[in-house]
Write a protein that binds this ligand. Sequence first.
Ligand code: SF4
Length: 334
Amino acid sequence: MELRPEEKAWFEAEGEKLAFKGTPYYLALASESEALRRQVVPRSAELEFLDSESPDPLSEEIHSPLPRMVHRYRNRIALLLTDSCALHCRHCFRRSFTGKNHRNLTTSECEQVIDYVNSHPEVQEILITGGDPLTLSTGYLRDILGRFRGGLTNQNIIFRMATRVPAVLPDRIDQELLDLLKENHPLWMVIQFNHPDELTHDSRSALKRIREAGIPMVNQSVLLSGINDDSDILAALFQQLLAEGVKPYYLFQGDLARGTSHFRAPLERGWKIMDELRLKVSGLALPTYAVDLPGGGGKIPLSRSLLVEEREEGYVFKNSEESKELYIYPREDR
Ligand code: SF4
C-alpha cells in the first residue's frame, strides 16, 4: 500500500500514538476500500488533541474497584482480559490502554474478580473485553471461563464476548473456539462491523459458523465521519447483518478519545441519519443511537427527551428522566 502524505506524516511523527497494526486480510481489503483504509491506516489528524478530549473518555479508571475490572453499571462488570487486538482501529476509544504491552489478566486477578462478583449478587452479566479477547489462545480462554463457571455462585451469569475478530481476522473463528463458547452458554457475541465492505465472503462465513454454533450475536457500530455517516451505507450494513443473523444493537456517537476528532460526526448528522434510517429499514434492523456521556455520565440513548438544552459549547444532557446531574457533549461542527 503506497502511503499518502497525511499517512506518511503520522508514521514520521514522534510522540504519543496508538501503534499501527493491521491483519493481512483487512489490509488487502483496505487497499480496495477507502472506508476500510481510513479505519486502519493512521493519518496526521490523529496527532491533533482537543481540550474536550481525554485519555479516559468513559471515566473507566474511577469505576475500577479492581485492576482490569470496570463496574460502572449496577448489574454488569467489564473485564479487560488483554490489551492486545488483531488490528488497531484508528477510532479506538480505549487507545490509552490498547496495544501498550500490558500483561494479560492473571489467575489471581481472576480469582479476585470471582470473589467480587460473588459478593455483589446484583452483577448478572460479565462483559469480556480488552483489547480483543479473541486474540488470546483458546486454552487461555478455556482456563478463564472455566474458573468463572467453577467459582461463581450465580451459575446463570451471562457472558458477553466483545470482539472485532469476525470483521478483521475471520479465520480465528475455528471449531475449537466455537466449541468452547458453546459450552459456556449463556454467552453472547458483541461484534463490531462499521461498513458493508467488511461483509466479505470470509467474514460472512465466520458469522455463519458462529450462528450455526447457536451463539447469539449483536453488532455495535461506531458512527464515523467520512466512512459510514450516510443513511444508505448504514441501511445496507444493518440489513445485511440482519440477514447474517446479527441484530444491529448500538450505533455509537464517537467518544471523546484523544486524537479522534476527525472521526466524530456532529450530533445533528447522527439524528438526521437515524430519521432517514427509520424510513429505510425495519425496527429489527435499527440500532439505538447512543453516546457515552463525558464525565462518567454513562451510556444513554441519544433521544431528544434527554436533551436539556443546546449551548454554544455543546449539548446538555441528563442521563435519565429523573437525573439532576447534567453532562455536556461538545459541539464540534464540521
Ligand atoms: S478492537 Fe476494540 S479495543 Fe481493539 S483497537 Fe478496535 S476498538 Fe480498540
